[in-house]
Design a binder for this molecule. Structure first.
Ligand SMILES: [Fe+2]
Length: 510
């Protein structure tokens, strides 16, 4: 019986770096380190990214019966739930067919000028439907190529010290604090783009303590991938935990309209940030913990040309509809007489009549405690991922890619091109109290050259030659993004934003 198959994929990793830095700023920050209102992140043990990837496809044991209880608790109206499921399946027929036909044309590409001007209504509709965007040409090509060279020089200057995965031929570098990374994170085109994309989110509850117009920096790793198979596969998955989507009451509230049943799922808004602030995306101890803060847009910035077949990102360009399906999926199973015995996932019946509401099974397909949510042709057959997960169109050095936190994504196994495929992982992260507390700890680690709090510990780049310092942050916006300058009060738009700006400045010691 193919119904419950689990293939986990890894959370994205990050870490931070070092600093030499302005003495005044360092002293100020040292003084501010006491009396903070948010608990500090506990340093992680010194594992490596290699160990993380080795753990990707581990399949967990069947979930205990309490997960069937959880389903019964969530399903308050069986008829309404069935109506929602049938409506979603019907909608998926056309949506998956559209992607199968159009391929990666579905991935919206816009010039940076469109971001500066603000996207058109039509562009916004597309983005909110697909959840993925490529912003082209904001960073000059030569500048992005310069970042790549600078990183290669940094690696060469520190022989024998650089870690990554796979160990024998590194693709994912455990570097977080190179000068190039700091330059990219604080580049005006990235800051402007992130401000804009974050501003597409909104609050639905009064006084939600968040500023979606204020980006913060989250130190993540980088990829320099040469031609050939990588030895590392990122199978289709969704970041932000797995079973927590249903098990954690706060996280579950994000999907309230979907779980209501009936046609309410059509009103589900993926850009409402209010219910996400308290979501617990990591209820279980994980060997490869994910991003511990609120990260509405995951993203990377290219340092090379990369096209389909060259080891690039693959996405399912479908946002609210795919989410509705993933959330409803655990409540349904194939009719017992149809289940099992399939040699190929493509043989699994997709017709709505073949599926029934099943509140007796404890299965949550693709959800394994301690893992990210996996999506396979078996666990989620109606998404037809063999045809609908598309490789990004060709990007140029300096292009930025962002995908909504709920978008299903993967990385190509093969790189059949001739050049390195290189990106810097740089997401868009808004100002919240927790995010500010993370940046406080990340800032402290950066000054000491240690990995950022979410990432494997150890001495990181503390003994590296040529790592970045505070002096490498060359703009006020950049200093604010990294927690080295207070956030401005002057432009807040509501009480929630005013409160979070005040709290963040206090947390950061200003
Ligand atoms: Fe991911």
């Amino acid at each position: 019986m193919l119904r419950v198959s689990r293939v986990a994929a890894p959370p994205l990793l990050a870490v931070s770096g070092v600093g030499s830095g302005a003495a005044r700023t360092y002293a100020q920050l040292t003084r501010s380190s006491s009396g903070e209102k948010h608990t500090r992140w506990v340093p992680k043990t010194e594992t490596t990214i290699a160990e993380v990837f080795e753990n990707l496809t581990a399949e967990g044991p069947p979930l205990p019966p309490r997960f069937a209880d959880l389903k019964r608790e969530m399903c308050v109206d069986k008829d309404a739930m069935l109506h929602a499921w049938r409506g979603v399946l019907k909608e998926l027929e056309g949506a998956t067919e559209e992607i199968a036909l159009r391929g990666n044309e579905m991935v919206m590409q816009v010039p940076y000028e469109d971001i500066q001007r603000g996207l058109s209504e039509e562009q916004l509709r597309t983005l909110k439907k697909t959840g993925v965007i490529i912003v082209k040409s904001g960073v000059p090509k030569e500048e992005a190529l310069g970042w790549l060279q600078s990183i290669k020089d940094y690696v060469a200057a520190n022989p024998g010290k650089v870690k990554g995965a796979p160990r024998d031929k590194i693709v994912f570098y455990e570097l977080y604090n190179s000068k190039a990374q700091i330059a990219a994170r604080t580049h005006p085109a990235l800051i402007t783009t992130q401000k804009y994309l974050l501003s597409l989110w909104h609050t639905s509850l009064p006084d939600t303590p968040v500023s979606v117009r204020t980006p913060l920096s989250y130190f993540d790793r980088l990829r320099i991938r040469g031609p050939g198979p990588s030895g590392v596969t990122l199978a289709p998955h969704i970041d932000g935990g797995g079973i927590e989507r249903w098990e954690d009451p706060a996280y579950r509230s994000v999907w309230k309209r979907i779980l209501e049943g009936g046609d309410a799922w059509r009103q589900y808004d993926p850009f409402d940030i209010s219910p996400r602030l308290d979501a617990n995306e990591e209820m279980y101890k994980s060997p490869n913990p994910g991003c511990s803060i609120l990260r509405p847009w995951q993203g990377w910035t290219a340092m090379s040309h990369t096209g389909p077949g060259e080891g690039t990102l693959r996405v399912l360009p479908m946002l609210p509809l795919a989410t509705a399906y993933v959330i409803l999926r655990p409540f349904f199973s194939l009719r017992p007489e149809l289940a099992g015995g399939f040699n190929d996932a493509a043989d699994i019946p997709l017709d709505a009549d073949a599926w029934v509401l099943d509140l007796d099974s404890s299965a949550f397909p693709g959800s394994t405690p301690g893992k990210t949510q996996a999506i396979t042709p078996v666990t989620h057959p109606h998404l037809r991922i063999d045809k609908t997960i598309v490789s990004l169109p060709r990007v140029e050095p300096g292009d930025q890619v962002y995908w909504h936190t709920d978008v299903i994504h993967a990385v190509e196994t093969e790189h059949n091109g001739t050049e390195d495929s290189s990106v810097l992982y740089i997401p868009a992260v808004p100002l919240t109290e927790r995010n500010a507390a993370y940046v406080r700890d990340q800032r402290d680690n950066f000054l000491r050259g240690l990995p950022s709090p979410d990432f494997p510990g150890g001495e990181g780049e503390s003994q590296f030659v040529g790592r970045a310092g505070v002096g490498d942050i060359t703009s006020a916006d950049g200093r604010s993004l990294l927690g080295f300058e207070p956030f401005e009060y002057s432009s807040y738009v509501n009480e929630g934003e005013r409160k979070v700006v005040a709290s963040a400045n206090e947390i950061l010691g200003f």
